[in-house]
Design a protein around this ligand. Structure first.
Ligand code: MLT
Length: 227
């Protein structure tokens, strides 16, 4: 069975969970691991992140889309360049993306973005029961997360789709230009653009720049290649 849930308010129990926060947390996790970070540790609060400072990690993330005081990097994937992050462990806290991970009770959890779409689909090929968990924005529906969920469902080519997965697939099929759809109609994209992050929206809606699938192992996303 393939299921799609949006901004869940209660725990999601499943075999394989795919966490999706296109703008921008899972795009950042995929970029960081593809550019050589050794792991990404998602944490809920700014305090938890800062407490890990003594472990020699980079403290990263956002609140209200901006880098909090005392943090090394924000939540723009474009900041996660090889020379800054190669070989480093990253501690990441974001408003929605890292919060939704706390709600997942799965046998395995992977992170998806448009940036690693084909690699994620390949990774999911032999998985029986999959829940695509969209982070949403502040507990609300997010167009860009649902669009990526639809892209994944379409590529999986399966018949055992629960209602949300069927609708996500049909929505994806109805969209002619993914970038335009997100830039014009996603509230979170419009907000990021108004704050000067248009390059992030452009980058995060680009397909298959990376082959990395982040897999959560003992609370740390580590890179796997599936292609
Ligand atoms: C989040 O996790 O809430 C988002 O990534 C926010 C953002 O765009 O920085």
């Amino acid at each position: 069975m393939v299921e799609v849930v949006m901004a869940p308010c209660s725990p999601v129990e499943c075999e394989t969970a795919v966490v999706i926060d296109v703008l921008r947390a899972t795009s950042t996790i995929v970029t960081a691991l593809s550019n050589g970070a050794s792991g990404v540790i998602p944490v809920k609060t700014i305090e938890e992140a800062l407490e890990k400072r003594k472990e020699g990690v980079l403290i990263c993330g956002e609140r209200n889309a901006q880098r909090p005081e005392g943090f090394d990097l924000g939540n723009s994937p474009l900041e996660y360049r090889k020379e800054k992050i190669s070989g480093k462990t990253i501690v990441l806290t974001t408003t929605n993306g890292t919060q939704v991970i706390e709600k997942i009770r799965s046998e395995e959890t992977v992170a998806a973005s448009f940036l690693n779409l084909s690699a994620v689909v390949e990774y999911l090929k032999n998985k029986e029961s999959i829940v695509l968990v969209c982070a949403g924005t502040n507990g609300r529906f997010s167009l860009e997360d649902f669009l990526l969920a639809g892209a994944i469902v379409k590529r999986l080519k399966r018949d055992d789709l629960e209602d949300g997965a069927q609708v996500a697939k049909r929505y994806f099929e109805s969209v002619k230009n993914k970038k335009e759809e997100v830039k014009r109609h996603s509230s979170h994209a419009k907000r990021l653009i108004s704050l000067g992050f248009e390059d992030d929206v452009e980058f995060c809606t680009t397909e298959d720049l990376f082959k990395t699938v982040p897999v959560l192992v003992n609370g740390v996303f580590i890179p796997k290649e599936s292609l």
